[in-house]
Design a protein around this ligand. Structure first.
Ligand code: UD1
Length: 444
């Protein structure tokens, strides 16, 4: 029992004020954890966020036989002794990012088996670039209904052009190529800050990777990698979400411990809707305007506008003055949020991968379901701005990627509660109430 009975209840129309510390990046932590498969020595990772996806990755790695110890935001992982080759369905189905163990297992053990998660969002098509890249390094990959099996006596460096700068494919291929014979050149590689973070960590482990952060990665294979100690970069998506919380409520919110250079596109768009944004050394302050202006947004691979912030910005633009257009270029079917937004009165028309948002329409109370992680957060943001009460169900999705999201919004002055087993639990940090992260749910 438990998580499906939880819901968040927000009473909005209240500006948020204050400062919030941003955690380490989910999408960096998960991959660096997987990278520890590549060495028998301990890898010490700091600034790891306390989120459910990290728990799932711990389960994946422990399931493979690695030892994992955790102390607050530090995780120490060691892949010594016999290591398994299989990431099972029960875990892969919870978190699609589990696929990132494929490259490291193949490179270290010459074999890997990863369950196919199934489901419409997560089909085979979505990992074709991972598969093709690893095949070009010499792996033989057999894709069955239930699982994918990969084998390679030896991996050999190759020139690999990606059809699309996929984050996951870049990471899987980069990790496998670290222990391949010879040099790999990966063209049209993803340029996300999390790729740079992974490459920096791998280089600390003894890999020879250059070009991270550009479209061409050059990886000179080495015989073996060693242990390292590494600190994860701040989570730019979590930071952006709290920045939108300040903007959407007409508040004044400062995100701290961030890297503003990763937030340029978000800052630009927040300014274009009328926010006053001040950038400090490792913090950003956002003051929301009395009236938000409409804007057009197209999601693109980094350094373009992040697809993960598409739903939060749709919530924001629903309150703006005039019509906005959001074009989703990264994920085909990432408009599931719109069904829920409409329940709150949002007026959004979809034409293929364009969403036309009529601003000023988001007005009423309602009950909605978090369809996924970022859309869930976006529904909470909408609730913060609405005059009335918004109930968000299926909040286990939000716990996948945000540490104590309701509590941290409450600390900024939000009127937000989490229900547990039908009884409302008041979020009072002073009284030490804590909201337990549920341990089940399906990730995309
Ligand atoms: C990562 C992030 C996710 C973010 C996304 C895009 C993690 C855990 N997740 O996901 O939060 O939204 O990057 O910035 O890091 N594709 C294929 N074939 C492939 C691989 C991808 O067609 O082999 C397509 C996907 O279907 C999707 C697009 O490429 O339409 C982008 O996917 P990708 O960049 O791989 O995203 P993820 O690594 O899954």
């Amino acid at each position: 029992m438990g998580c499906y009975l939880h819901k968040i209840v927000v009473r909005g129309n209240k500006p948020l004020f204050g400062e919030v510390e941003i955690q380490g990046a989910k999408n960096s932590a998960l991959k660096i954890m997987a990278a520890s498969i590549l060495t028998s020595e301990p890898v010490v990772i700091d600034n790891v966020p306390k989120i459910r996806d990290v728990n799932v990755m711990v389960d994946v790695l422990e399931g493979l036989g690695l030892t994992v110890s955790r102390n607050d935001r530090r995780i120490v992982i060691q892949a010594k002794g016999p290591i398994g080759i299989e990431a099972p369905y029960q875990l892969v189905s919870q978190m699609r990012a589990s696929i990132v163990v494929l490259g490291p297992l193949l490179a270290r053990l010459g074999r890997a088996r990863v369950a196919m998660p199934g489901g419409c969002n997560i089909g085979l098509r979505k990992i074709d670039l991972h598969i093709r890249g690893l095949e070009m390094l010499g792996a033989k990959i057999n894709v069955g209904q239930a699982s994918l099996e990969a084998e390679a006596d030896v991996l050999v460096g190759a020139n690999i052009p990606l059809d699309f700068p996929s984050v996951g494919a870049t990471e899987n291929i980069m990790m496998a190529a670290c222990l391949a014979r010879g040099t790999t050149v990966l063209d049209n590689a993803a340029r996300e800050p999390e790729i740079v973070d992974l490459a920096d960590c791998l280089n600390k482990m003894g890999a020879k990777i250059s070009g991270a952060g550009t479209s061409t990665l050059v990886i000179e294979g080495v015989d073996k990698l060693k242990g390292a100690s590494f600190r994860i970069i701040p989570d730019r998506i979590e930071a952006s979400t709290f920045m939108v919380a300040g903007a959407i409520t007409g508040g004044d919110v400062t995100v701290k411990s961030v890297d503003p250079s990763h937030l340029k596109m978000i800052i630009k768009k927040l300014k274009s809707v009328g926010c006053d944004v001040t950038v400090g050394i490792n913090q950003v302050n956002v003051k929301g305007p009395a009236v938000l202006e409409a804007a057009n947004i197209s999601t693109l691979p980094y350094p373009g506008f992040p697809t993960d912030m598409q739903a939060p910005f749709m919530a924001l633009l629903s309150l703006a003055n005039g019509k906005s257009i959001i074009t989703e270029n990264v994920f085909e079917n990432r408009f599931s949020f719109i069904t829920e937004l409409r329940k709150l009165g949002g007026e959004v028309d979809i034409e293929r991968h364009h969403a036309v948002i009529t601003g000023g329409s988001l007005l009423k109370s309602g009950a909605v379901r978090a369809p996924d992680l970022r859309a869930g957060a976006a529904l909470v943001l909408a609730g913060l701005a609405i005059e009335g009460v918004v109930e968000i169900l299926d909040i286990h999705h939000i716990d996948r990627g945000y540490d104590s999201f309701p509590e941290r919004l409450a600390s900024l002055g939000a009127d937000i509660k989490v229900t547990k087993d039908e009884s409302l639990v008041e979020l009072s940090l002073a009284e030490g109430d804590s909201y337990q992260v549920p341990d089940v749910g399906v990730g995309i």
